[in-house]
Design a protein around this ligand. Structure first.
Ligand SMILES: *Cc1c(COP(=O)(O)O)cnc(C)c1O
Length: 563
């Protein structure tokens, strides 16, 4: 093997690794291999692993055509375009291949390597699996093209390449794996390949596997017909055992991951409870998500953090001393971040947003439960509020190509923008991605989050906002249940999870909070009590960013799941 000629390989094989399998990963601008929160989390986890010196290698798909580029017509209709990107610009092809079997054919899989140099000099790696090789027939070459593209057969093939191909490529590279961590159920086939390698020793295999579940609804879990899996997959384990591990009727990837993992966790404390109800009989832990502090902090804030709390990026606990930063300097950084955002918005849309106007941000996947149009529930009331205090709102978010309802939601926002155009400046920016997320989560004043409870497993964009002193205004769901102290770290919307009230009543309460707090608490404080506002910005940094970061998250994974 030509291993000596590739210096990176030494680093890959020098000590046992955590192998983190993920269908998507969001690392930086220019690498469009993610769709949203799940991928960004994977990228942030890998960056923190590098910073902390955790021996870590992520395994994902190359996704040559990305997720998709979103174009929005004048009426807000979403048009999807493939993304062109050049893997050679960011990744290094490795001269190794492995093979998997799909529909009786041998499919060759090749890895590309991405290396992250951490803050203290350690390295973490990402392997991107590629099937676009001349040895494969066209159908198989396309397996590594589109993230979440195609039908369930296409998805199944991708999951075979990720799970089975991933384990095999690690083996052929000589990577010694200490734990296999599945970021969501997509990668669960890795457990079948491991079982085979371990002579069907269930206990031994389980001890090597960790599973993080992300979805709080049963419909969100990948399932395949056994007819299809038996047609497409090589028989890694006997059919009887397969059904025992994955479910009687259909092959449920989440069930497989549960059956085969020694440690399973949800992504926030409440999500653990919701998951335990969905999967009775399994012990589920909670490790609340975070974000990579350095990545999501605007350069103007990095500068003042460097000056006053030096070392913060690799030790976010230092945020606890954020109150020593003089108010004027926090405000100046916030001015810079806000100017960057509004210049960008005005350049893109010509809408003419103003820096002295309170700016609300709302950016997330356009899908029903996120309720993009919630703030438009009572237009006369919103208009009334804006007459007393000016405000402007920035939206963004893609709908999944097959989520027709999600696409309608974007069109609905466009209609509401039209209805309010004389009163409030509102825009919907196309093609939400990492670059735009950085601008939005650092340049707004208030970050609005109003999902239907308890659908938000964790959510992370509000944590990004907190790193830049942007105040969260959110429904009591996901991570915010652990982060909110009313009128100290931000504001809550509606009832908490312990109040047993009917859904219709909950919505009423949520709307009441949304409008009333906006009109009587948030807007007056912003315009009339600057010092109080500044204090809350400081709290957002010293109490929210302090905790909700992937450095804290990864340390917990090491302690509870990896060791
Ligand atoms: C952070 C982020 C998300 C996830 O945001 P949520 O609040 O969890 O919905 C999605 N997309 C992009 C581009 C992001 O940066």
């Amino acid at each position: 093997m030509p291993t000596k000629k590739i210096p990176e390989l030494k680093n890959l094989t020098n000590e046992p690794k955590i192998a983190y399998f993920t269908m998507e990963i969001g690392l930086q601008e220019g690498i469009p291999t993610y769709s949203g929160g799940l991928g960004i989390l994977a990228g942030d986890a890998t960056k923190s692993a590098a910073d902390l010196g955790i021996p870590f290698i992520a395994v994902t798909m190359l996704n040559r055509k990305g997720y998709f580029k979103q174009e929005l017509t004048k009426t807000g209709r979403q048009i999807e375009h493939p993304v062109k990107w050049n893997p050679k610009k960011y990744l290094k092809p490795l001269p190794f291949t492995t093979e998997v079997h799909i529909h009786g054919r041998r499919v060759l899989v090749k890895p590309w390597l991405y290396t992250i140099q951490g803050a203290a000099g350690a390295k973490a790696h990402v392997l991107f699996l590629d099937t676009d090789l001349k040895e494969n027939i066209l159908k198989d070459r396309k397996i590594s093209y589109f993230l979440y593209g195609g039908d369930s057969k296409y998805r199944l093939k991708q999951e075979i390449v990720l799970g089975v191909g991933g384990v095999r490529i690690l083996k052929s590279l000589g990577v010694d794996v200490k734990k296999y961590h599945m970021n969501e159920g997509h990668a669960a086939f890795l457990t079948l390949e491991l079982l085979r390698m371990n002579n069907f020793n269930l206990e031994k295999t389980r001890k090597a596997c960790v599973f993080t579940t992300h979805t709080p609804v049963a419909a969100g879990h990948d399932q395949f017909d056994y007819e299809l899996t038996e047609e497409q997959m090589e028989p890694l384990v006997a059919p009887v055992l397969l059904r025992k591990l994955c479910g009687k009727e259909r092959l449920n990837m989440t069930k497989l991951a549960f059956s085969m993992s020694n440690y399973v966790n949800g992504v926030a404390k409440q999500h653990k409870q919701v998951s335990e109800k969905m999967f009775p009989g399994y012990e589920i832990h909670a490790i609340t998500n975070g974000v990579h502090s350095y990545t999501w902090t605007h350069p103007a804030f990095r500068k003042i953090y460097d000056k006053y709390i030096s070392g913060w990026a690799n030790e976010p606990e230092l945020f606890i001393r954020a109150p020593i930063i003089p108010n004027e300097e926090i405000w100046a950084s916030r001015d810079k971040a806000k100017k960057d955002l509004l210049d960008y918005v005005n350049r893109l849309t010509g809408v003419g947003m103003k820096k002295d106007v309170l700016t609300i941000g709302f950016a997330r996947r356009a899908t029903a439960y996120k309720r993009h149009n919630f703030i438009f529930s009572d237009l006369p009331r919103l208009k009334e509020i804006s007459k007393r205090y000016p405000l402007q709102i920035i939206f963004a978010g893609k709908a999944h190509p097959r989520d027709e309802n999600g696409k309608k939601i974007i069109q609905e926002v466009f209609k509401n923008i039209q209805k309010l155009k004389r009163d409030i400046k509102i825009v919907y920016l196309p093609n939400y991605d990492i670059e735009m997320a950085k601008k939005l989560t650092s340049g707004c004043d208030v970050w609005l989050n109003n999902p239907e409870r308890p659908m938000e497993a964790s959510g992370t964009s509000g944590m990004k906002a907190a790193h830049n002193g942007v105040l969260n205004f959110s429904v009591l769901d996901g991570w915010w249940l652990e982060g909110f102290v009313e009128a100290v770290t931000g504001w809550s919307i509606g009832p908490g999870p312990d109040e047993k009230i009917k859904p219709a009543e909950a919505i009423k309460r949520e709307l009441e909070d949304l409008y009333t707090k906006l009109e009587y608490t948030i807007l007056p404080m912003y315009y009339e009590r600057r010092d109080d506002w500044m204090e809350m910005m400081e709290n957002s940094i010293s109490k929210v960013a302090y905790y909700f970061n992937t450095h804290r998250m990864m340390r917990r994974y090491v302690l509870y799941a990896y060791l």
